[in-house]
Design a protein around this ligand. Structure first.
Ligand code: ADP
Ligand code: MG
Length: 367
């Protein structure tokens, strides 16, 4: 019997190569010429709004949906015509899709039964899989006796019990409340570190994607808008859609004069080169803006502004400010130091500062 190795099984993991995959439903392009390479052992997340094509792409990977065209390789093997049960892929579905009339052990053992594994082997491997998701001893329970979080773990145990080389998870935590979701995010991440299988994870929750992923593919209208590490995605979004979807930001129009980028007629200091486009915007992340209590700062971009709203939020505060030049900036400030005793008030004249390293220019066209 193959048990769950405690050390990483990375050597068994397979890379995935998706090339030019298109899937249409009538006039809807659920997937529009998608190409994506998932590295061996990687935890890659598909992040996008509802209806963007995430589930369709997972279904193509699992073999339940045949695309109109394109190729799909697991390692060196072309699998586009391979039926699901021969793909060596474990999957959890958007609805848990557990069998309610079966016990936990019956559910988890089902893929092994399909694969004609012997009964004693099934029992041992089910117990090992349940241990892995911290449900050891729950085998005899009925599904309707379990909490949401426990059901989700059963679904994960069922997906990993036959030790697939690829694991697909479709919004596995979306039905859970926030505390449990935060906890399960860390657990699933640890599980991935332990088992090391190439994982494609789907969520519409940007924070969840940032928390869990090695890399994130942002999906919109069946296309991949950007593929990057969480950090690069947040700090260097490729376009307005990504910048808007991930984190909070406000955008200000800027213009270009030769190599110089101007805001309100003033040159902007920026460490990162501006993209070569006619529709540039300055992206301002609220937590990167600094409130100066003693006027403009040398070496920073300074904006004269008036406070229009101050919102106390316990751990931090949000300040909305109208710029003298028109437009708006939102600042998130920490509740420490001078802020604890004196938050700005509505109507205060302020200087807001943005360091050159935090001055990010992006392609401002809406996509
Ligand atoms: P997501 O998982 O990102 O919410 P989906 O992949 O489920 O998005 O859907 C992408 C688009 O394809 C949506 O517009 C959806 O309505 C459409 N779609 C998905 N599956 C079908 C189907 N079986 N028949 C018709 N349209 C579908
Ligand atoms: Mg979906």
């Amino acid at each position: 019997m193959r048990g769950f190795a405690v050390t990483s099984r990375n050597s068994d993991a397979l890379p995935i190569s998706i090339r030019n995959v298109t899937k249409t439903y009538g006039a809807v392009h659920a997937l529009n010429d998608v190409s994506l390479e998932v590295e061996s052992g990687e935890f890659l997340t598909l992040l996008g709004p509802s209806g963007s094509g995430k589930t369709t792409l997972l279904m193509v990977l699992a073999g339940f949906t045949r695309p109109d065209c394109g190729s799909l390789k697991f390692g060196d093997r072309e699998v586009i015509r391979t039926p699901p049960h021969l793909r060596d892929v474990g999957m959890t579905f958007q609805s848990y899709a557990l069998f309610p009339h079966m016990t936990v052990a019956g559910n988890v053992g089902y893929p092994l039964k399909l694969r004609k594994v012997s009964k004693p082997d099934i029992a041992a491997r089910v117990e090992a899989a349940l241990d892995t998701v911290q449900l050891g001893g729950f085998g005899d329970r009925r599904i309707d006796q379990l909490s949401g979080g426990q059901r989700q773990r059963v679904a994960v145990a069922r997906a990993i019990v036959f030790e697939p080389r690829i694991l697909l998870m479709d919004e596995p935590l979306s039905a859970l409340d926030k505390k449990l979701r935060d906890q399960m995010q860390i657990e699933l991440r640890h599980l991935h570190e332990k088992l090391g299988m190439t994982t494609v994870y789907v969520t519409h929750d940007q924070r969840e994607a940032l928390t869990m992923s090695d890399r994130i593919a942002v999906v919109n209208h069946g296309r991949i808008m950007q593929l990057a590490t969480p950090r690069d995605l947040y700090d260097r979004p490729a376009n307005r859609f990504v910048a808007d979807f991930i984190g909070e930001s406000t955008f200000l129009p800027v213009s270009r004069q030769g190599q110089t980028i101007l805001f309100d007629g003033q040159p902007l200091l920026h460490d990162i080169p501006a993209p070569d486009t006619d529709t540039l915007s300055l992206m301002v992340r609220p937590e990167r803006v600094v409130l100066s209590r003693d006027g403009p700062r040398e070496g920073a971009n300074n904006f004269a502004a008036t406070a229009t709203d101050v919102v106390y939020q316990g751990d931090s505060y949000l300040l909305h400010a109208a710029l003298a030049s028109g437009g708006q900036i939102v600042l998130r400030g920490a509740m420490r130091g001078a802020n604890v005793t004196s938050l700005p008030s509505v109507g205060d004249a302020l200087t807001l500062c943005l360091a050159p390293e935090d001055t990010v220019l992006i392609d401002g066209s809406e996509q």
